[in-house]
Design a protein around this ligand. Structure first.
Ligand code: DGL
Length: 289
């Protein structure tokens, strides 16, 4: 089983793309709806929660977990991969959404931390909408700058948008919130300067139509779910021991209110799946209170 983790419902956009791209793979989704959003929390808390949720997915039988959350990936992935996994779970792997997105934006593989040396690269401005924490982490700005110095990332934090999505705000409220964040972006970059947009929070593709309606006509929105799904497919081809064959299944677990999670998953992600409560033996969460 491949585990997918998000603070709440946002990772469903990644789940949807991965399940479509890899229909033979069983996925187990875990949303920490009980403690969402993460985007304004301090780094130690995000690292502790994310590690705990990854361990919960390991406890459910996943040996490969994807952090389907930009905030968790920006803040916690490096520590989990470099310190925690080798010591505690050397045979398990944790991937994130940041790496494949940076590769797609820069056109340069992650392990290569310098530009390709091509002098025909155009100058581009990419707008990144994300949580406050992802913006503060500056991972996208710095990682893209190393590999593609002519690509400028203009970051726009969208405080409150994740909470509004999780709270089931009306389409009109969500559209107004998105329009305010797009207007705030224009204070940093004029509409005609923007060559592309990344919704760098996995919740935001759930309201992609609202972004599209507020952004200039024709500006491409990079699809992080498709990028992550393609990257996962390539990873499984290179590491077949994490792949499974046979009947696929998908289960969705939540630490929060199942019905609220179902409502967001059904209304915004268009999924018919139903969330289950996280089983009591699932991991360290109960001990942590
Ligand atoms: N889906 C998460 C992300 O991609 C949202 C984080 C939050 O809970 O604020 O950043």
């Amino acid at each position: 089983m491949i585990g997918l983790f998000d603070s709440g419902s946002g990772g469903l956009t990644i789940f949807r793309a991965c399940a479509a791209r890899l229909p033979e793979q069983p996925f187990l989704y875990l949303g920490d709806h009980g403690r969402a959003p993460y985007g304004h929390r301090d780094n130690r808390e995000i690292l502790a929660f994310t590690t705990e949720m990854v361990e919960t997915l390991f406890g459910q039988g996943c040996r490969l977990v994807v952090l389907a959350c930009n905030t968790a990936a920006a803040v916690a992935l490096r520590t989990i991969q470099q310190d925690w996994l080798p010591e505690r779970y050397p045979d398990h792997r944790v991937l994130g959404v940041l790496v494949p997105t940076v590769e797609a934006l820069s056109g340069v593989p992650w392990h290569q931390t310098e530009p390709d040396g091509r002098d025909d690269e155009p100058h581009r401005t990419i707008a990144l909408f994300a949580t406050t924490k992802t913006v503060e982490a500056r991972s996208y700005v710095e990682e893209v700058a190393k590999r593609a110095p002519r690509t400028r990332i203009v970051q726009q934090a969208c405080p409150g948008l994740v909470a509004a999505i999780e709270d089931g705000a009306s389409p009109a409220t969500l559209s107004q919130a998105v329009a305010r964040h797009v207007d705030a972006l224009y204070e940093q970059a004029a509409p005609e300067e923007i060559d592309g947009v990344v919704l760098g929070c996995t919740h935001f593709p759930l309201v992609e139509a609202a972004f599209r309606a507020s952004l200039p006509d024709g500006v491409p929105i990079v699809s992080q779910p498709a990028i992550v799904a393609d990257s996962l497919a390539r990873y499984l081809a290179r590491h077949p021991r994490f792949a499974e064959t046979g009947a696929s299944e998908a289960r969705l677990l939540t630490t929060g209110d199942r019905r609220a999670a179902d409502t967001v998953g059904g209304r915004l992600a268009g999924l018919a799946h139903r969330f289950e409560a996280l089983p009591a033996t699932g991991g360290a969460r109960q001990a942590a209170g």
